[in-house]
Design a protein around this ligand. Structure first.
Ligand SMILES: [Fe+2]
Length: 182
């Protein structure tokens, strides 16, 4: 049994406010990719999906004269730092286990190199999975941030992914119990 589900996160007003800003459809797509990649690479599917879902929660709106200014964004953006902190606060408020909340927050912090002075960080397998998941859903010109999804469809997708996570976690627990080396 998980302490916090994706649905708990999805329904929180903070997640609604900031994930809509960076694109709810993108957040959900990245959560699914992260789940799939986590399965393949045998890393924690729950943390991967949550980090994937929340990876862009730190976005600020870089507007100049009513239009998004990519130059301002490129120069000044710190969305992974802001996102790591915002997601951590939200997860802890929802009752997430602190060890898991920290791992999720770090995966968000390192999901891109865009804000770092150099690109030489060594990522854990979980952190790599979240980065790849985001890259899988990226579209040229940042249009992935503008894809629309209605509330009903978004909620259904989240509930479905929660179910997939629960199934994978119980499958892994069963495998662990029947593994004679344990
Ligand atoms: Fe993203």
């Amino acid at each position: 049994m998980r302490d916090v589900t994706l649905l708990d996160i999805y329904e929180h007003h903070i997640a609604q406010k900031y994930l809509k800003r960076s694109g709810m459809a993108h957040a959900i797509a990245v959560a699914y990719h992260a789940f799939q990649l986590a399965k393949e690479h045998k890393v924690d599917v729950d943390i991967a999906a949550k980090a994937g879902f929340l990876h862009d929660i730190g976005h600020f709106t870089w507007y100049r004269n009513g239009k998004w200014d990519y130059e301002l964004y490129r120069k000044n953006d710190i969305h992974p730092i802001k996102g790591a902190e915002r997601a951590h606060k939200l997860l802890i408020r929802l009752g997430e286990n602190p060890v898991q909340a920290k791992a999720t927050s770090l995966a968000i912090l390192f999901h891109t190199d865009s804000f770092l002075p150099s690109n030489d960080i060594v990522r854990t397998p979980l952190q790599k999975v979240v980065k790849w998941a985001d890259e899988k859903d990226e579209e040229e010109g940042g249009t992935h941030h503008y894809r629309i999804i209605d509330h009903n469809r978004a909620q259904k997708s989240i509930i479905r992914l929660d179910k997939m996570i629960d199934e994978e976690l119980s499958k892994r627990a069963d495998e662990g119990n029947t593994n004679p080396s344990n």
